[in-house]
Ligand binder design. Structure first.
Ligand code: NAD
Length: 303
């Protein structure tokens, strides 16, 4: 039986299940300076994105019981994975649980940008009726969606987009030929950038120069819609703002930001930006699936 620390919250029913299975579950958030010492007393820790498990925490809990770190969610950039594993601590995540939720949010941002949903609602609450300004919408059906990173979320979005009558072009460093069809083709990055009406980013966080930089924006079609629900560092926000101001990019749907909580007020206040505070996986269904996957990981651990 394990002593399990849950630092950033977890589905109540999944925590109850762990207790029912005989595990001890403690739900408590620790500030970074206390985390390493606290981890000594637990066999496993469950984190989301708020808790960062860094080298210093792993060093501080050496000699303790910790043998498993679970990230409830996908991105493990808040955990020093290689270092943890070097020290004999396994790191696991729940990669599939939230894919459909993130894909639906990306689709929501595409609609928001196509029909000015964010700014139209905002100005109505100010007592305005800007029918003309927001009367130049576009449809998604019949358009080409470019998906950069055709993994779990990218494929889920691609399937939904095709069902709505969009054509999909995907760029990925790893191609699954069987996914190709009349309405879905892998293409090179330059073709995707220059031919797509909507572009949605679904790669992991990529180090170095942002994928969506001034150079790549210049290659895009005029009036493209850009969506990013992946990681904030994949988009150069200064270059994006320039492109929104010039009209090169018609609208941007953003769930993730270079700095979180987001501080780039010029970008957030731009009328053609639809923004959400990193809530891609924050649906009841995803959280239920994440909780169930965490229970499975703990039950299967070491067997
Ligand atoms: P995944 O691993 O299933 O898919 C990522 C795909 O990107 C893979 O097919 C991979 O081959 C491809 N890829 C990697 N590097 C690439 C590159 N340089 N160029 C092109 N393709 C590249 O991951 P996923 O589960 O689909 O998650 C995608 C992203 O969504 C991640 O950044 C993840 O952190 C993020 N995410 C965000 C939220 C949110 O709340 N907004 C929730 C879950 C996941």
């Amino acid at each position: 039986m394990m002593r399990i620390l849950v630092t950033d919250g977890m589905e109540k029913s999944a925590m109850a299940k762990l207790v029912e299975l005989g595990h001890e579950v403690v739900e408590q958030f620790y500030p970074s300076e206390e985390l390493g010492e606290a981890l000594k007393g637990f066999d496993a820790v469950v984190v989301r994105s708020a808790t960062k498990v860094r080298k210093e925490h792993i060093d501080a809990c050496q000699g303790g019981a910790l043998k498993l770190v679970i990230r409830g969610g996908v991105g493990v950039d808040n955990i020093d994975v290689a270092y943890a594993e070097e020290k004999g601590i396994s790191v696991r995540n729940t990669p599939r649980a939230s894919s459909d939720s993130v894909a639906e949010l990306a689709l929501g941002h595409m609609f928001a940008c196509a029909r000015f949903l964010s700014i139209a609602g905002h100005t109505m609450r100010e007592g305005k009726w800007e029918k003309k300004a927001y009367g130049k919408g576009i449809e998604l059906g019949g358009k080409i969606l470019g998906v950069i990173g055709y993994g779990r979320i990218g494929q889920s979005l691609g399937a939904k987009a095709q069902a709505m009558g969009m054509k999909v072009k995907a760029y990925d460093i790893f191609k699954v030929e069987s996914l190709q069809s009349e309405t879905m083709q892998y293409v090179e990055m330059d073709e995707l950038l220059s031919t797509c009406d909507f572009i949605s980013v679904h790669t992991p966080a990529i180090d170095g120069k942002p994928l969506i930089c001034a150079e790549n924006i210049a290659k895009m079609k005029d009036g493209v819609v850009l969506v990013n629900t992946s990681r904030g560092n994949n988009v150069d926000e200064a270059a994006l703002l320039d492109a929104l101001n010039s009209g090169k990019i018609r609208g941007a749907g953003l769930d993730v930001f270079q700095v979180e909580p987001a501080t780039n007020t010029e970008l957030l206040n731009h009328p053609n930006v639809s923004c959400t505070p990193h809530i891609g996986a924050a649906t009841q269904e995803a959280q239920t699936r994440i909780g169930a996957e965490i229970v499975d990981i703990i039950e299967g651990f070491g067997k």
